[in-house]
Design a binder for this molecule. Structure first.
Ligand SMILES: Cc1cc2nc3c(=O)[nH]c(=O)nc-3n(C[C@H](O)[C@H](O)[C@H](O)COP(=O)(O)OP(=O)(O)OC[C@H]3O[C@@H](n4cnc5c(N)ncnc54)[C@H](O)[C@@H]3O)c2cc1C
Length: 421
């Protein structure tokens, strides 16, 4: 039996040493600590190493194969074809392709995207190679990706930085302590508006009892997939249009130490977060240096200019994976083996099985993680994906017998990773 992340952290002395600040923030509760992501990577590597075999056909266990899956094998064969031409036969295939690089935002002057000023993927290894300390930078997006990138650039002496988004909202800070009972399960809110009203009322009630509002969102979290599934497509669209941003900034929070570091950047004038959109990009030379002269339309009216050495795409992982033209996804769609959802969030699934073009669940193609967003909505973070994995493993282990019904999320599912990694 492999240890849960929280237990592994507790038993691993070196990891505990790296957790000092996180433990201070969580009041000593290791399961509620925001552990550095690097530690989660170490934990995963250790677990995987324990089950690795030497290669396909070498017996039970996990064989690691390096390559990109570009297609499924032609029927009636089952399995995948890699970009280098190797074929891997399999009884079942689980797509767990995860986060994709951000989508390039709409742009009034597309020349920018072909220039060296634009950084399309802030997570790529060479993203900031062309930047020098002190270079002014425009960050498009104000969510957690922006926070990550702003802190990384600041540590390397970057800035001044201007981060823009439509509303200018940035993630809220996590606060430990208190507890709040689940409140959505008994009567799922019948519309996004009712959800908003209910959450607001609960937050107010929590406030009067001295409980941080963060506990209300934590209590709501396990029921989110059920609420989402109960809504009609127009209601889901309404949520995405009107509530998504506000929901996200409260649900996906920053560790207190990250919030403090961000505040210090803002207070020190190195970072500004503004509600604005780009009106135009113009190539300009300033004091002998090449720059992009950005004209911004401020929310609420007015214009401002910002001269940037780089424009960095911080809009977060691309969501509409079902429409993305990677070879694998294109192959699945062309062969009618997968169906993108109408809201552009991912692929249609039922109990983890891909729905084909006529909405029949596959008996051998499954998906996990962000690809399955249409039937889960909240499926970015590890705790939710853990539950999916449990469900799927249960189903695959019982392949050939009628499918068990879905295990529902419960608050316990969230204990192993605390409030985030
Ligand atoms: C900046 C950032 C911060 C995050 N912080 C947190 C956090 O604090 N807490 C939390 O719970 N979650 C966090 N997340 C979300 C986290 O990424 C996911 O929870 C988790 O990584 C998803 O795991 P996954 O295995 O589904 O996908 P991934 O980790 O994205 O792995 C997918 C893998 O599939 C590979 N792949 C894709 N396509 C193919 C193909 N065709 N052929 C072969 N291989 C392919 C990719 O190369 C990748 O290795 C964060 C995400 C980001 C981007």
């Amino acid at each position: 039996m492999q240890p849960a992340f929280g237990d592994w952290l507790g038993a691993n002395l070196a990891a505990r040493a790296a957790l000092t600040t996180a433990l201070e923030e969580s009041g000593g509760d290791i399961r509620a600590a925001f552990a550095p992501r690097r530690l989660f990577g170490d934990y995963l590597q250790e677990q995987v190493a324990g089950v690795l075999t030497t290669g396909p056909g070498s017996g039970p266990g996990l064989a690691s194969v390096r390559g990109e899956v570009v297609r499924l094998l032609p029927e009636p064969r089952r399995g995948v074809l890699l970009g280098d031409g190797r074929a891997i036969e399999a009884d079942m295939v689980v797509l767990a392709t995860g986060n994709m690089a951000p989508q390039t935002p709409e742009c009034p002057d597309p020349w920018l995207y072909d220039s060296r000023f634009f950084v399309p993927d802030p997570w790529s290894a060479d993203a900031f190679e062309a930047l020098s300390p002190g270079d002014p930078v425009l960050l498009i997006g104000a969510g957690l990706t922006m926070v990550d990138i702003a802190l990384k650039l600041a540590a390397a002496g970057g800035g001044p930085m201007l981060a823009i988004s439509r509303r200018g909202l940035s993630p809220q800070v996590h606060v430990a302590g208190g507890s709040w009972a689940p409140f959505l399960e008994d009567a799922l809110p019948a519309s996004p508006r009712r959800l908003a009203r209910l959450v607001r009322a609960q937050v107010e009630a929590a406030r009067t009892q001295g409980v941080p509002w963060q506990r209300v969102f934590d209590a709501a979290r396990p029921a989110v997939p059920a609420v989402w599934r109960a809504w009609t497509t127009p209601q889901k669209r309404q949520f995405l249009r009107h509530l998504r941003t506000r929901w996200d900034v409260h649900r996906h929070r920053m560790a207190p130490r990250i919030g403090a570091a961000l505040d210090a950047l803002i207070g020190g004038g190195r970072l500004e977060i503004s509600a604005a959109r780009v009106r135009s990009y113009r190539w300009a030379t300033q004091d002998g240096a090449d720059r992009v002269e950005v004209t911004l339309a401020k929310r609420g009216g007015g214009e401002r200019r910002f001269s940037a050495a780089a424009v960095i795409n911080c809009t977060g992982p691309r969501r509409d994976l079902g429409r993305l033209a990677t070879p694998l996804l294109a192959d699945l769609r062309e062969r009618g083996l997968a169906t993108p959802d109408v809201l552009g969030l991912g692929l249609e699934t039922e109990n983890g099985a891909l729905l084909d073009a006529v909405r029949r669940p596959s008996d051998w193609l499954f998906a996990l993680g962000t690809l399955t967003c249409p039937s889960w909505w909240e499926i970015t973070a590890v705790p939710e994906i853990n539950v999916q994995i449990d469900n799927l493993v249960g189903e695959l282990a019982q392949a050939g017998v009628p499918r068990p019904s879905h295990r529902l999320l419960s608050p316990e599912d969230f204990l192993d990773l605390g409030a985030g990694i």
